[in-house]
Design a protein around this ligand. Structure first.
Ligand code: PMP
Length: 285
């Protein structure tokens, strides 16, 4: 049984509880982060902490503890659960004011902090990286502050189910004719060796993996263009791929039934996956 963390205590998962009045439960008033673990070490922990602070600040939500304490909790959970490869899920909510009210509670309501592990042995050797993903496109019906990593994941969850129903792996969301991102990842195409991905704004989550991959791509003298693209342009691209903390770089080989390039994972995506894993492992803590 897993050991999880809730508000200062390490407990067996069956004994960890949160109040029914918690604003995370009643109002999706919470933010989260997912940090990958490879070889027992945290990948880009610093990046996830910076984004957590940004999400908390944007929502005027209190910080539950210091960064050093958060690192300590992450490491303790890795040790106690003997995680070699996998993820650490962290969630902060506005806490339990003891009743339901639209107004934010006063400062004496402490934020709720929950962390748990997900073990995924051999995660970096996912067979999907060799096969590639199939995606469908759907209209983006999320709220307009997708730059904040909130736990309001109902529409992305519905999108994932629409993809599954269509026999595919994920959905790319489209707004005003342009791809925003995948249900839980950032979206890219490659045309003539140029990597194209939507620019940062409130329309997409500022992926930690996106930032790292674009940095590594530029360091490797690859051309990067940050701009929006349509599904039609993606279907005519040489390659397509996604990035996220738990999938790293994953090729996309089909969009709405149209094969991308050769219909096989592309060389640029494969190279970026290799560089990302190599560099991230070197910097893991
Ligand atoms: N976009 C969305 C909507 C996501 O949910 C995620 C993953 N949480 C990402 C992008 C990728 O972000 P990261 O690389 O930080 O995991």
């Amino acid at each position: 049984m897993r050991t999880v963390y809730v508000n200062g205590a390490y407990l067996p998962e069956t004994e960890a509880t949160v109040s029914i009045f918690d604003r995370g439960f009643l109002m999706a008033d919470g933010v989260y982060e997912v940090t990958s673990v490879l070889g027992g070490k945290l990948i880009d922990f610093g990046g996830h902490i910076v984004r957590l602070h940004r999400s908390l600040t944007e929502l005027d939500m209190a910080t539950p503890c210091t960064d050093a304490e958060l690192l300590e909790i992450h490491r303790e959970l890795v040790t106690r659960n003997e995680i070699v490869d996998g993820m650490i899920y962290l969630q902060v909510t506005r806490g339990n004011p003891g009743d339901r009210d639209f107004a934010f509670p006063s400062a004496d309501t402490k934020p709720t902090l929950v962390l748990f592990t997900q073990s995924k042995p051999g995660m970096a050797a996912s067979p999907m990286a060799k096969i590639g993903m199939k995606v469908i496109s759907i209209e983006d019906q999320r709220w307009a502050r997708r730059d904040i990593k909130t736990v309001q994941l109902l529409f992305p969850s519905m999108g994932k189910m629409m993809a599954k129903k269509a026999g595919c792996d994920d959905a790319w969301m489209v707004e005003d004719g342009k791809v925003t991102e995948g249900t839980s990842n950032n979206a890219y195409i490659v045309k003539g060796n140029r990597i194209i991905t939507r620019e940062l704004s409130n329309d997409i989550l500022h992926g930690i993996t996106r930032a790292a991959v674009l940095r590594f791509a530029r360091e490797a003298q690859m051309e990067v263009e940050e701009r929006a693209f349509s599904i039609a342009e993606a279907q005519e691209a040489d390659e397509a791929f996604i990035t996220s903390a738990s999938t790293f770089v994953m090729p996309v080989v089909e969009i709405d039934g149209t094969a991308i390039g050769t219909g096989k994972p592309g060389t640029v995506a494969a190279r970026l996956r290799e560089i990302y894993l190599e560099e991230s492992l070197k910097a893991a803590i």
